[in-house]
Write a protein that binds this ligand. Structure first.
Ligand code: ADP
Ligand code: ASP
Ligand code: MG
Length: 814
C-alpha cells in the first residue's frame, strides 16, 4: 500500500483538484490511502473567524460566508448537477453546525482550545468529503473514511499527542476490511479518547499521512505539494535554491524543525522506525523527480545539505551573578517553561554559566517572561539574577547536514558570510549532533542572510553583486552597456552575477528587485518615479540585498555627501565623482574608516586617470610596504589635448573651444584650465600615499592671466582667452626655442605638492605624450631611479566606464 498526501494548495480550487485526479487516475493497481488538507487558506480563515467570533466582532459572519462560498462553489463546479443536491445538503448541514459553534463562541465571548479544534477541523472535514464525492462521480474506486475514527490522541488540543498502539490497531482493522482501491481521509484532525475532535498541529496533514503509512507498513509515503521537493533553502525566498534529490531522515527532520515547512517536523518519526521512504512531489509538475527521504542518503560527501529558517522567534535570556556555580538554576528555568507547555526551539549557554538563553515562539514570549520572573522572584529581588530580558521579532537561520561534524571551518564561513553582509547575530547554537549550526538574527535580515549563505555554500562560488547606479549620462550609460555586454563572461568565467537593481538620473529613478533589463533600462527609467536621493538610499537600505554596491557617476556634492549612509549599512561605494576624496580631509578619512568598519569597499579608481589602474597600483605598493618618495604626472587629458594641439598656426582660444566641443573638458572649462582638476587628482594620490594634505596645501602656478581666472561665465572666459592670445603664443615660442613641449605637470615630493605648466625637454618621459593621454611616474623606495610608469588614455566616457567596471569586479573578488 502507498500513502499519498495532498496539501492545501494542491486542493485549493477545482482546477488543482483535477490535477490530483489525474495523478490518482495514473496510479498502478496498488491500494492507496489519500490524505488531504483543507482547501488552501481555509484553516487560516477558520482561525480568524473563530477569533472574531470569540472577541464578539460581528464581522465573523462575513468571514464565515466566505468559507461557505468557497465550499459551495467548488461543489457546483465539480459535481454534476444531478448528483449535487445530496452533496450540497450534507455540506450545508456541516456548515450549519459550524455556524452554531461560532455563534456559541460569539455569545460566550470565549474560544476554548477544545472548541477551537472542533471549529478548525471543519476545513479538512469539508474538503475531504467534497473531493471524495467528486472522485466517486468521475468513476474512481474510492471510499471516504473519517480520520477521527482511526487516529486517537490525548486531549492536548491544538497539538494533540497520538496514542500509537490504539491508532495502529484501528488502522489495521479498517484497511484489512477495505475493498476499495482508494481510501480518502481528512488530514490534521483526530479524536480524543472521549470522542472530541483534536488537531495535530499546524501543517499536521503530513503527520496524518505518516501515521497511516507507518501503521500499514506502506511501501512509500508521498507528500504532494506546491514545490518540486525539499530545496537547499525555501525557494520562495532564495531564487537560486535547488532541489535536493536524496536526503537522510535526520537531515530532513533537522531542516523541517528549523522551518522547512514543506514537511511538518513530526512526520518523519513514525516512518523512520519502519524505514518507509518519503517522496516529496509537486502536484503541478508530477514528472519532476522531487526529493527522496530515506536512510543514509548522506549527500555524496556534501557537508551542508540545506539552509532553513524559522521566523517569529523571541530570545529569552536570564543572567546575573547568582547563576554562576549555583546548581539547579537551569533545571528550574526549563521546568518553568515546560510547565507552561512552551517548546524551546534553540538553547545557548555561555561557558561562563553566567547566562542561559533560549529561543521560543513569539506567541509564547509574554507567558514565558512572566513565569520565569515569578520562578526567580526571590533571586531577582536580591539582585542575584536580573529580570528576564526579552527580544522579539527574531528569526533562526540554520545550516543543516549530516557530514558537517567532520568538517572544520563551517561555522567560521557561516559567520563571516553573515558578518560581511552586516547581518547582526544575536545568538548562536550548534546541535550536539553537529548536524546543524544555527544563528538568531533580525527578521529584516532574513532574505539577505539566506541568500548570502546559499551563495557561500551552494552556488559554486557564484557571487551576486547588486548594483544601484546613480547618474546615467555619458559615463553611466557606457557603464551599463559594458555590463550588459560582459554579463555572460562575468558569470561563466569570473563567477560573478552582476545585477542592476536600481538606477536614477536627476529626473527619475527606477527599481526592479529581479534586476533591471539592461536592454531596456532607458524606457524603464523614463517610466520611473520622481528622483529623490534620500528615497533612493532608503530604498537601497530597505531592499537589504547582500553585496549591494552604490555606483555614483555624477559630479554632485550632494551625492558624495551621502556615501557615509551607504557605507554605514555595509553598502559598498564605487565612484568616479572626485568631490569626496578631494574635499575635506576629515570626510575622506571618515569614508575610509567606515569602509573598513562595515566591510564595504569604497573605490574611486576613476578619480585619477579614468580607467588607468593608478590608485590600485599605488595601493598595492603601499600595502606591500613600499614608500612613495615622489610622484610626477600629467593627469589632465584635457590640458594634454590642448597643449598637444596648440601651435603658432592656431589660436589658443580656438583650441580650447575645440576641446570643449569634443567633450575633453568639463562643461565649465576653467575647472580644467585653472588647474583645479589636476590639483584634486594629485591631492588624492598624495592622500593615498599616506600624506594628510588638503587642497590648500597644493601650490598652483597658473599659466592663465588673473583676469581669465576671475571670469564668471564661459563667454567672458573665452573672450579673455582672445584678449591674451599674445601671451599664449609667447609660451609656445619659448618652448619651441628650448626644443621642449608644454605639459601641465603635477608633482608631489617630500610631502609638498604643486601643479603648473612646464617646458618638457626632449628625452623626458612626458615629451611624447599623445592626445589626451595621462602618465604617472612613481618614485618609491623600491623604484628610486627608474620610476614605475603608468601611461595611457586618461579621459573619455568609455575608459572611465571601464574603470568603474574594474572597481565592481574588484568588489566581486573582495
Ligand atoms: P502544503 O500545503 O502542500 O502542505 P506547505 O505550504 O505546508 O504546503 O509547504 C510547502 C512550502 O514550504 C513551499 O511552498 C515553500 O514555500 C516552503 N518551504 C520552506 N522551506 C522549504 C524548502 N527547504 N524546500 C521546499 N519548500 C520549502
Ligand atoms: N490545514 C492544516 C493547516 O493549514 C493542516 C495542513 O494543511 O497540513 O495547518
Ligand atoms: Mg504543509
Amino acid at each position: 500500500m502507498k500513502v499519498l498526501k495532498f496539501g492545501g494548495t494542491s486542493v485549493a480550487n477545482p482546477e488543482n483538484i483535477n490535477k490530483v485526479r489525474s495523478i490518482l487516475e495514473n496510479l498502478d493497481s496498488e491500494k492507496v490511502a489519500v490524505v488531504v488538507s483543507a482547501f488552501g487558506g481555509v484553516t487560516d480563515l477558520l482561525i480568524t473567524t473563530a477569533h472574531l467570533a470569540s472577541s464578539q466582532d460581528l464581522n465573523y459572519k462575513m468571514s464565515l460566508q466566505e468559507i461557505e462560498e468557497r465550499h459551495l462553489n467548488t461543489i457546483r463546479e465539480l459535481i454534476p448537477v444531478q448528483a449535487q443536491s445530496q452533496v450540497l445538503s450534507k455540506v450545508k448541514g456541516d456548515l450549519n453546525t459550524l455556524e452554531t459553534l461560532l455563534e456559541g463562541s460569539f455569545l460566550i465571548g470565549e474560544l476554548t482550545p477544545k472548541l477551537s479544534d472542533k471549529i478548525v477541523s471543519y476545513g479538512e472535514l469539508l474538503s475531504s468529503f467534497i473531493i471524495t464525492e467528486y472522485f466517486k462521480n468521475v468513476g474512481l474506486d474510492i471510499a471516504f473514511k473519517d480520520s477521527r475514527e482511526l487516529i486517537i490522541t490525548d486531549n492536548n488540543y491544538g497539538k494533540a499527542v497520538v496514542d500509537f498502539p490504539e491508532t495502529n490497531a484501528n488502522c489495521q482493522a479498517f484497511f484489512e476490511e477495505n475493498t476499495h482501491q482508494i481510501v480518502l481521509l481528512p488530514g490534521f484532525m483526530a479524536s480524543s479518547k472521549s470522542g472530541d475532535s483534536t488537531t495535530l498541529g499546524r501543517g499536521g496533514s503530513d503527520f496524518t499521512a505518516a501515521i497511516i503509512a507507518a501503521a500499514q507498513q506502506a511501501s512509500i509515503l508521498e507528500i504532494w505539494t506546491d514545490v518540486s521537493g525539499m530545496y537547499t533553502a525555501n525557494p520562495k525566498l532564495v531564487k537560486q535554491a535547488k532541489c535536493i534529490s536524496q536526503i537522510s531522515y535526520e537531515e530532513a527532520m533537522e531542516l523541517s524543525h528549523f522551518g522547512a515547512k514543506v514537511l511538518y517536523p513530526p512526520t518523519i518519526q513514525p516512518v523512520l522506525g519502519k524505514k518507509i521512504p518519503i517522496a516529496i512531489k509537486n502536484t503541478f509538475e508530477p514528472e519532476s523527480l522531487g526529493t527522496l527521504i530515506g536512510e543514509n542518503h548522506n549527500g555524496q560527501g556534501k557537508t551542508v545539505r540545506g539552509i532553513s529558517h524559522v521566523g517569529n522567534i523571541s530570545l529569552l535570556s536570564l543572567e546575573g551573578p547568582g547563576m554562576i556555580g549555583t546548581p539547579g538554576i537551569s533545571k528550574r528555568f526549563f521546568e518553568t517553561l515546560s510547565l507552561k507547555n512552551i517548546s524551546i526551539v534553540l538553547i545557548t549557554q555561555a561557558s561562563s554559566e553566567h547566562s542561559i538563553c533560549v529561543g521560543i515562539a513569539d506567541g509564547d514570549a509574554e507567558v514565558a517572561t512572566e513565569a520565569v520572573n515569578e520562578t526567580f522572584a526571590y533571586e531577582i529581588s536580591r539582585n542575584r539574577i536580573k529580570p528576564v530580558n526579552l527580544e522579539k521579532d527574531l528569526t533562526i537561520v540554520a545550516l543543516v547536514g549530516d557530514n558537517m561534524k567532520s568538517h572544520q571551518g563551517l561555522s567560521g564561513k557561516m559567520f563571516s558570510t553573515l558578518g560581511k553582509n552586516n547581518v547582526n547575530i544575536r545568538a548562536i547554537a550548534q546541535g550536539a549532533s553537529e548536524r546543524n549550526i544555527s544563528a538568531v538574527i533580525r527578521k529584516d535580515d532574513v532574505r539577505k542572510a539566506l541568500n548570502s549563505l546559499h551563495e557561500t555554500f551552494f552556488e559554486e562560488n557564484i557571487k551576486q553583486l547588486n548594483l544601484f547606479v546613480m547618474g546615467v549620462g555619458n559615463v553611466g550609460s557606457k557603464f551599463l552597456a559594458q555590463i550588459r555586454q560582459q554579463k555572460k563572461y562575468l558569470k561563466e568565467e569570473m563567477k560573478l552575477n552582476v545585477r542592476v537593481i536600481g538606477i536614477s538620473n536627476s529626473r527619475t529613478m527606477a527599481f526592479d528587485e529581479d534586476g533591471i533589463s539592461l536592454k531596456e533600462w532607458e524606457a524603464t527609467l523614463s517610466r520611473g518615479e520622481k528622483a529623490d536621493k534620500k528615497q533612493f538610499f532608503d530604498r537601497v537600505k530597505s531592499l537589504n540585498y547582500r553585496n549591494s554596491v552604490f555606483v555614483d557617476n555624477t559630479a554632485s556634492a550632494a551625492v558624495s555627501d551621502s556615501y557615509t549612509n551607504y557605507l554605514r549599512n555595509s553598502i559598498s561605494v564605487v565612484t568616479c565623482n572626485k568631490i569626496a576624496c578631494s574635499s575635506d580631509l576629515g570626510y575622506y578619512k571618515e569614508l575610509k574608516h567606515l569602509a573598513k568598519q562595515y566591510n564595504a569597499p569604497f573605490l574611486f579608481e576613476t578619480n585619477v586617470g579614468a580607467g588607468l589602474p593608478i590608485i590600485d597600483t599605488l595601493k598595492h605598493l603601499i600595502a606591500s610596504g613600499d614608500k612613495v618618495r615622489k610622484i610626477q604626472a600629467v593627469l589632465s587629458g584635457s590640458l594634454n589635448f590642448i597643449f598637444n594641439t596648440f601651435n603658432n598656426s592656431v589660436t589658443f582660444h580656438d583650441v580650447v573651444k575645440e576641446a570643449q566641443e569634443q567633450g575633453y573638458t568639463e562643461p565649465d572649462p576653467t575647472i580644467d584650465l585653472s588647474g583645479i582638476d589636476v590639483m584634486r587628482k594629485i591631492l588624492i594620490l598624495a592622500r593615498e600615499s599616506g600624506y594628510p594634505l588638503d587642497i590648500g596645501d597644493i601650490h598652483n602656478d597658473s599659466f592663465l592671466p588673473k583676469e581669465s581666472l576671475e571670469t564668471k561665465t564661459n563667454d567672458e572666459f573665452f573672450a579673455s582667452l582672445k584678449k591674451y592670445e599674445a601671451d599664449f603664443q609667447k609660451l609656445y615660442k619659448e618652448a619651441v626655442k628650448s626644443e621642449s613641449k608644454l605639459k601641465y605637470v603635477a608633482q608631489f615630493e617630500d610631502g609638498q605638492a604643486q601643479v603648473g605648466l612646464q617646458k618638457i625637454p626632449k628625452g623626458h618621459d612626458f615629451y611624447n605624450l599623445e592626445g589626451s593621454d595621462n602618465i604617472v611616474l612613481f618614485y618609491t623606495e623600491r623604484y628610486p631611479d627608474q620610476p614605475l610608469i603608468i601611461k595611457g588614455a586618461g579621459a573619455g566616457a568609455d575608459v572611465t566606464a571601464s574603470g568603474i567596471f574594474a572597481d565592481i569586479v574588484r568588489i566581486g573578488n573582495f
